[in-house]
Design a protein around this ligand. Sequence first.
Ligand code: SAM
Ligand code: SF4
Length: 325
Amino acid sequence: MIDALGRRIDYMRLSLTDRCNLRCKYCMPQPVPDIPHPEILRYEEFLRICRCAVELGITKFKLTGGEPLARRGAAEFAARLKALPGVEQVTITTNGLLLRQALPGLVEAGIDGINLSLDTIDPARYAAITGRDQLAEAMAAAEAAAASGVPTKLNAVLLGETAPGLPDLVAWADSLPRPVDVRLIELMPLGCAAGHAGPTQEEALALLRARWPDLRPAPAGERRGNGPASYFLSDTLQGRVGFIAANTHTFCQSCNRVRVTSTGGLKPCLCYAETVDLRALLRAGAGDGQLLEAMERAIFQKPAAHCFSQPERMTEHARMNEIGG
Ligand code: SAM
Ligand code: SF4
């Protein structure tokens, strides 16, 4: 659907769970109480929301969390979602630790893309960032995903301590059986990262140009996903390097997405706490008409822009694993 500012909203991120098997320092560094199971949406409830979303013109869905593969039945859910009339694309973002065992099910479900979050290929740094000594599994998962033929990308949050290793990460991604794009994400000052800043796109680009001096913007027409990444290419790299630079290259004017939290909150923008409680509506027996109306109203009024540069205006203070990154 088209919102009040003329933006086409066709993409929904579904947070299947707040739980995670990692403790990334910018996301959920400490053990936190899990949201009780009855408060989490059942898969049937997610599917009803998705059916309404399709009626509103939302046709692309991303499974996220928390760690989506930490929820039992995630691959079966992906298959049911893919089978809904009007759904064009179902993709997943994962830390990869449970991916190798889930991969056959995801492939069978017809998953359209896998984003694997991996900030570094330095084992000590990986363990320091994620709280777990599991780099080998994450790297093996990336290799398996790339080899499976499912379009795969790596996502890395830009952090001061990992910046010197970025060229190694990109070179490794490019050496996989099927080279994969690496997208570098500026740290957003949300949740546990509130008040923190990481390297910018320009700083990361300068580091990468020390190894690939010809890195330059890819042709404008080249589309490589649903997101706001801007891509760069080099003659000696098969994959692309993308940047998702919410702080220094704001892309709110072309934002195409909304989120549904694991507890059924429809969230038009990451920066603000305002959500529509779809779970309450669902569980109160609302009909499709009521659901559609509530969703349409919230999406139509999607805020114009985030306010990361004015933290005092931010009303969202939850952790990323709760919001659904
Ligand atoms: N566990 C899955 C994963 O790591 O891909 C899905 C959920 S995670 C919250 C989704 C993405 O959000 C990951 O790529 C993660 O690195 C990113 N992320 C988390 N906190 C962030 C922050 N403060 N700024 C930018 N990206 C963040
Ligand atoms: Fe877990 Fe993803 Fe958050 Fe890391 S970024 S703690 S993997 S939800």
